[in-house]
Design a protein around this ligand. Structure first.
Ligand code: 13P
Ligand code: SF4
Length: 364
């Protein structure tokens, strides 16, 4: 019997999918682990065996004994699960179109071109550590592995940058300029020692003098969700509720992070609000599904959690993972069919694993 197609599943309602998911999980037992990122919608998130931010879920994938790792998140996360798990384990992304628009802003071709252009000015192997945010394709992690570089997440970016500057005097940081800038600034790197590499322009649109002076070269990438948060939104909210604590994901713009009381990953945001006193009020700059969940979770403790942007800011690619796709992949597994496997070519995986292992070594 061949694998079942997705099409009939798209016609199922959520309740039907829920029942099918529960049945399939029961049948698959310990052969299956479901990992869920905090930005997943509730109908999916509640089925996760483990939830977390990118770092926590990477560790979970590396530690898992299950035959099948179903990743409810986006493409680069399922790639990391494939790289860090054993070769016989299978990593699955329920919907292949669940990508990350920020990750797509850097690719091997334009990073290699940047490296080549920088090598015309500097001895790149001697002076630059390439650092890729985990939100990137596996071959970029491979590039970092090959060139003495490393991966970071929003949790460990500071530790990773400290390690990187201990290796070489400069860093090329891709694809998220905001995470790079917000983190470097906390390490007393001045804004005029940071430059932005515009990958659409020759030599990144920079002069030789700017490149020589820079300590960190930031790729011109950003998250379309976190880009929506603006400092004025904080000012407006605080006019009404001056006691509000501001907490932001470091993918948010510099001006927003500068006005924030706390900055950190999704896991950090959850923990900070969980540990806060009853009666506190929070304005949060991160994805809407997570903020809505925090609102519901903590309202009983008298904590008020608000979303920073007046516009809807959902991660549309995270949203692609729905109960219909989950039911589809799980019922296929029950029937002995693997659909939507994420498989990183071995040569890429070997180098990428090197850069990921360096990251795990320096992570708190
Ligand atoms: P976290 O690692 O903080 O969960 O962030 C992942 C991500 O994609 C945020 O946009
Ligand atoms: Fe990518 Fe932004 Fe979505 Fe995170 S929130 S997965 S960075 S598009």
């Amino acid at each position: 019997m061949s694998a079942q197609a997705i099409q009939p599943y798209t016609l199922l309602d959520d309740e039907d999918c829920e029942a099918r998911i529960l049945r399939a999980r029961e049948t698959l037992g310990e052969r299956l682990v479901i990992l869920g990122h905090h930005y997943q919608r509730d109908e999916v998130f509640r089925h996760a065996d483990f939830t977390g931010d990118s770092l926590k879920l990477s560790r979970q994938a590396a530690a898992s004994e299950a035959d099948y790792i179903v990743f409810c998140g986006v493409h680069f996360m399922a790639e990391v699960a494939d790289i860090l798990s054993r070769p016989e384990q299978v990593s699955i992304l329920p919907d292949m179109s669940a990508g990350c628009s920020m990750a797509d802003m850097a690719n091997l071709k334009n990073v290699e071109r940047a490296w080549q252009e920088l090598s015309e000015i500097l001895d790149v192997e001697e002076t630059i550590t390439p650092v890729t945010y985990i939100n990137s394709a596996a071959d970029l992690k491979g590039f970092c592995g090959e060139h003495g570089g490393i991966v970071c997440t929003s949790t460990n970016a500071r530790h990773v940058l400290e390690w990187s500057f201990n290796q070489k005097e400069k860093v090329l940081f891709f694809p998220d300029q905001h995470l790079g800038r917000n983190t470097a600034y906390t390490m007393d790197i001045a804004l005029d020692e940071m430059v932005v590499w515009d990958y659409d322009k020759p030599r990144g649109g920079l002069s030789v003098a700017q490149i020589k002076k820079a300590k960190i070269i930031l790729w011109k990438g950003f998250c379309s969700v976190h880009q929506m948060f603006q400092p004025e939104q904080i000012d407006n909210f605080k006019q009404k509720y001056p006691e509000t604590k501001i907490i932001s994901h470091p993918e948010s713009p510099f001006e927003v992070c500068q006005k924030s009381d706390y900055i950190g990953s999704t896991e950090y945001i959850i923990k900070t609000i969980a540990d806060a006193e009853p009666g506190t009020r929070w304005l949060v700059a991160t994805e809407l599904n997570l903020v809505n969940r925090l609102h519901d979770q903590f309202k009983h403790q008298g904590k008020n959690v608000h979303f920073m942007s007046p516009n809807v800011c959902m991660c549309s690619t995270m949203f692609r993972i729905d109960p219909q796709h989950m039911a589809w992949v799980l019922e296929n597994l029950v029937d002995g069919h693997v659909v939507n496997q994420i498989s990183v070519p071995t040569d890429v995986a070997v180098q990428a694993k090197l850069a990921l292992a360096r990251m795990l070594d320096v992570s708190p």
